[in-house]
Design a protein around this ligand. Sequence first.
Ligand code: RFL
Ligand code: PHB
Length: 393
Amino acid sequence: MSRTRTQVVIIGSGPSGLLLGRLLTKAGIDNVILDRVSAAYILGRVRAGVLEEGTVHKLEEAGVAERMHREGLPHSGFDLTFDGRRHRIDLEHLTAGKKVMIYGQTEVTQDLMDQRTRDGASTIYEAEDAQPHAFDGSQPYVTYRKDGVTHRVDCDFIIGCDGYHGPSRKAVPEAALKTFEKVYPFGWLGILAEVPPVSHELIYANHPRGFALCSMRTETRSRYYVQCSLDDKAENWTDDMFWDEIRRRLPDEVAQAMTTGPSFEKSIAPLRSFVVEPMRFGKLFLVGDAAHIVPPTGAKGLNLAVSDVHYVMEGLAGHYLDKSDVALNGYSERALSRVWKAVRFSWWMTTMMHRFDDNGTFGQRIQEAELDYLVHSEAASKSLAENYVGLPY
Ligand code: RFL
Ligand code: PHB
């Protein structure tokens, strides 16, 4: 067994692990990142597309925002459609000047990986069986296997950025955890296609046949979703079936304007809300999807991972640079306070926008009444906008 030492071990090289790694390196704090899969595999995952202003600022602080500002698309609003009508939510007006940025998670991850290479910081890909140990004491360490050799890395702190299925949360004794979960009775079927987006801003559609979302990655690449049943399979959907279904769920003027074409990615994601409390166990801290999952309707998953990174980084900077553990000790409480508000918002958007078979035509009318109220009440629109652009850290 090989044995090395660093200050912070980060398990998981998704956006949260990479961003934290970058902020630590920038602050002169030694860190190692481990991931189960390869960099190419991580970059092949198609996920989030909407960045809150707070996320944009964090990427600026990390010094990895140059390409995002060059290639990303700042959006000052989005559309809601229901009952054959289309309404714009003017984020910029409703929030006194805030916007969101359209820039894919794949690109954020690529920029962070490139920076890590420039930093000469250590990432171990294809690390098998990564496992946190002794985090309830003062000498935690992580073990993993690589190419048949077992490695041990001693450290001061272990940060679990290893997503919903990772080993960090699972290493905590069950009695020390409280979990909260809601599984929704449907999924999202998403495609990527090299066609111009139907509109220059996003469109969220409520329709009796089910939810639909028109999003994008660039001015020539569209990301579209339709609500689907949980037992559906992506391979059962031809491109033509997808285009026909999404057009049925949109007002005629939008459906007619849509450019269709072959998809080059098609997958189904289940929808779930999940939170674990607390987010810290001794020297082990959970960050991002390792601690919470939201349904994608509010575009919050990646943004929450970034706000967790902000709080844990304040804690680690306090510990190493200011010799104070006040922020570190407050991590779980501060992060959870923001997490629960985003979980609430994502649940609410999901409930308002999707077809729930059990609620019938009564449920559909209630949704339409809520949407009608939402788009015509300045107070309600402001609340939606303030949450969508992201609550303050
Ligand atoms: P990630 O991105 O899941 O990264 C976790 C990393 O941990 C690694 N890992 C391990 N490493 C070492 N040893 C092990 N045993 C490990 N097990 C796992 C994984 O390989 C991975 O590299 O978590 P992070 O960094 O917290 O980032 C969170 C975001 O990725 C996530 O919140 C969003 O992508 C959620 N999400 C979406 N959010 C949106 O806002 N809009 C979307 O359209 C959207 N689509 C999605 C999504 C999440 C999905 N998941 C998790 C299945 C679509 C999908 C399919
Ligand atoms: C996306 O572009 O993938 C996307 C956009 C907004 C959401 C969810 C996903 O709410």
